[in-house]
Structures are given as C-alpha cells and as structure tokens.
Design a protein around this ligand. Structure first.
Ligand SMILES: [Ca+2]
Length: 153
C-alpha cells in the first residue's frame, strides 16, 4: 500500500512538476505538515524517508508563512530542524549543520536549558516563537523537501 502510494505520488509529481499530493509549495520548495507525534530524531528520520528534512526557518518571511500554514492545517506545536545536540552552545540546522545565526525567533528567555533542551519547538501558545525543548518530547512536525527546489535553500 505504502509502496503504491509512493509510486502514485512520484507519478503525480512528474505529471504536475509540483509537490507531491498532500504537500504544499512555498517559493518553489515543497513542505509536508505532519499531524502525527514523534520525538525530534524520529521526526527527522520520517522526513528523510521522503528525501526531506525538518523545516529550516531561516527568514522572517518563512517564519510568517510557517505560522500562517500551521493555523490553516490546525497544527499548533511542531518540531523544526534546529538542534544543539552536537554542541551545547551552538545551534545548527540539520542535516546541513549550518549554524543558526542570521535569523532567529526565540521566545524571550530562550534558549534556556541547552544541556537538557536541545531541539527547537514552534508552539502557538508561545505566539509561534521558538523554544528549546527536550528532543524526546513527541510533537507534530514539518518536513521540507530537498531537491525539488527552484530556489537555492
Ligand atoms: Ca526551553
């Protein structure tokens, strides 16, 4: 069943030259808003199954689009692709390990506990600002497809 869905999805993508069914497009990149709850590592692995990664929120424009689309999809508490698991004082986007520095959207007082909270949550209860949280917490998550881009990410 899963295999035939994947093949169908690939056919649709080839036919339309756009995103897979169930994925949404923003600036030439495809995203999937996933309602199931997973720890951060499992969420990242789930994205990788589709040649994707957890979303990298590297601009105010992308943050605003994320907020809007989370409201539209009724997801309110998601993992994004930032972590400090490798080095507690430095936050990276995974899997590129690009340091998170040009744009951030931390909640006031966050990141607050990098030894115990090493993954980034975006939560409606915090006005969609970023909070570091234990990576073991199960949250919904947003995948970003790598390789379908018209725009370099
Ligand atoms: Ca925190």
């Amino acid at each position: 069943m899963i295999k035939s869905c994947l093949i169908l999805a690939l056919m649709f993508q080839c036919a339309l030259g756009a995103c897979w069914l169930g994925w949404v497009e923003f600036k030439g990149v495809c995203y999937s808003f996933n309602p199931d709850y997973l720890p951060w590592l499992s969420a990242q692995a789930s994205c990788q199954l589709y040649g994707a990664r957890l979303i990298q929120v590297d601009s105010q424009e992308k943050q605003e689009w994320l907020e809007k689309t989370l409201k539209e999809t009724n997801l309110n508490n998601v993992w994004i692709g930032g972590t400090c698991r490798l080095h507690q004082s430095t936050w990276f986007w995974v899997p590129s390990y690009r340091p998170i520095k040009n744009y951030t959207n931390w909640l006031a007082g966050q990141p607050g506990n990098p030894s115990a909270e090493q993954c980034i949550q975006v939560y409606s209860g915090y006005q969609y600002k970023w909070n570091d949280l234990s990576c073991l917490t199960a949250l919904q998550y947003v995948c970003e497809k790598i390789g379908t881009t018209k725009v370099q990410s």
